[in-house]
Design a binder for this molecule. Structure first.
Ligand SMILES: *Cc1c(COP(=O)(O)O)cnc(C)c1O
Length: 433
């Protein structure tokens, strides 16, 4: 597979180069030159495929021959080592639980796949690679866990001070070894801006081989397609495909779903479920794409004012607004609406949502109220315990803590606090080299 840059000013590259570089030299995002078409039998017979077989079938065209078949098998098997259950929580709504991985959020799949691909590509290299990543909360933990102790790779994570949950912070600041956490005195957009500046710094890149583990990296973005196939496999009424609601921030996950749809996966409608950061919701209403400064919410992994993957969605639809609107709807919810949905679903359905899943549920509910003959699922993108600080006061109960988190809570954070200034980041990176 060849990948072109969405800015069209850089040469096409293969999967290996796209993974190593993260972003294209012209600052565009890499995008597959062709959208592979799924075999008809694959969809018709999906129930006879294992989750590993589904993953291989989906990802193989994108990887091409840059990884041997045998090694790709191993990478994929290690990537999807946990469950992705579809849980029915009402007559017309199910929850696809994507929080059964090691850091209890969906980003584990992308981070595990990417770290293993990168590890494969740098084997035998004598130059160290530095993975630089900005996180609004969950990316940091997933990337830290995915890359922990991978030889030849250092990871530097930038996170906004005081704006991630305590579990999230511990997940990214306690591993040590090749994982370094920079606590930025600013918000997520500041973190993302600093990372972009580092990638644009040609002088520094002569000394340090930098790559990104944000969902702009194709190796993190593409495997997120698996979720949508796992959902469809478990979907009972194959003749009436699901409406799928995706809690969205940087729009990598939903873009992977839309890519799967373009390859032939049956989906009735996609819904981008947003919090108060609603650039895309407003775009679909007005046709005007106006980025904003992000505002802090209780679904903090979605606090993105300028979603980097949206350009890929436009690319998928040839930048045709009307055809995009037919497939993609979007709703936005305030924190108080999110809280009341979370409470209501817990009381009436005995199902505990996390704040991101609550936004996903709310958006799906709203869509189905207007389309009563359809049924749907939302992606439950994180375990509620990750946000116990928000969730417990709402339900007035303690959330049972999984063993992995209990252990985490006994550790103490190690981070380096720096102002949101590029010079500070640069000095740090050069000092590490
Ligand atoms: C990252 C994240 C999101 C947003 O996903 P995008 O791919 O950035 O749109 C939603 N929910 C949770 C829990 C997340 O960690």
């Amino acid at each position: 597979m060849q990948y072109f840059s969405t800015n069209k000013q850089s040469p096409k590259v293969g999967f290996k180069e796209a993974t190593l570089m993260g972003q294209a030299p012209d600052k565009g995002l890499y995008f597959p030159a062709v959208i592979p078409k799924l075999k008809k039998d694959f969809i018709a017979e999906i129930n006879s495929y294992s989750k590993e077989e589904i993953a291989i079938e989906v990802i193989k065209p994108f990887v091409g021959n840059s990884i041997s078949e045998n090694d790709l098998q191993k990478i994929v098997t290690a990537t999807v080592q946990f469950d992705f259950p579809l849980i029915k929580i009402g007559e017309d709504i199910s929850s696809l639980e994507l929080f059964h991985g090691p850091t209890l959020a969906f980003k584990d799949v992308g981070a595990r796949f990417m770290s293993r691909c990168l590890g494969y590509f740098v084997k035998g290299n004598n130059k160290k690679i530095t993975v630089l990543v900005a996180t609004s909360g969950d990316t940091g933990g997933a990337v830290a866990s995915g890359f922990y102790d991978v030889p030849g790779i250092d990871v530097v994570i930038l996170y906004p001070s005081g704006k991630v949950s305590s579990v999230q912070e511990l997940q990214l600041t306690t591993l040590g070894k090749n994982i370094k956490a920079l606590e930025i005195d600013g918000n997520f957009d500041d973190c993302q801006r600093l990372v972009k500046q580092a990638f644009a710094d040609e002088q520094m890149k002569k000394d340090i081989f930098l790559t990104s583990a944000n969902s702009i990296n194709v190796a993190r973005w593409l495997p997120q397609q698996f979720y949508y196939f796992y959902a469809y496999k478990q979907w009972q009424d194959k003749g009436n495909p699901p409406v799928i609601s995706v809690p969205s921030g940087n729009f990598g996950n939903i873009c992977a779903g839309l890519l799967a749809f373009h390859s032939g996966l049956p989906v009735r409608q996609f819904i981008a479920a947003c919090n108060e950061n609603k650039v895309v919701t407003e775009f679909l209403q007005t046709g005007n794409y106006v980025t904003k400064k992000s505002v802090a919410t209780i679904s903090n992994a979605m606090d993105v004012g300028d979603p980097s993957n949206f350009v890929r969605i436009l690319e998928l639809f040839n930048r045709e607004f009307q055809s995009l609107k037919k497939v993609l709807s979007s709703y936005s919810f305030s924190d108080s609406e999110t809280k009341s949905i979370l409470k209501e679903v817990y009381l009436n359905k005995s199902y505990l949502l996390d704040p991101h899943g609550a936004v996903g549920y709310a958006a799906l509910r709203k869509y189905l109220n207007n389309h009563p003959h359809h049924k749907g699922l939302f992606l439950e993108t994180a375990h509620p315990v990750k946000f116990y600080d928000v969730v417990e006061p709402l339900i007035g109960e303690k959330i049972p803590v999984p063993a992995a988190i209990n252990e985490l809570l006994t550790l103490s954070k190690k981070s380096i606090k720096i102002p949101a200034k590029y010079e500070e980041l640069k000095n740090y990176l050069l000092s590490q080299n």
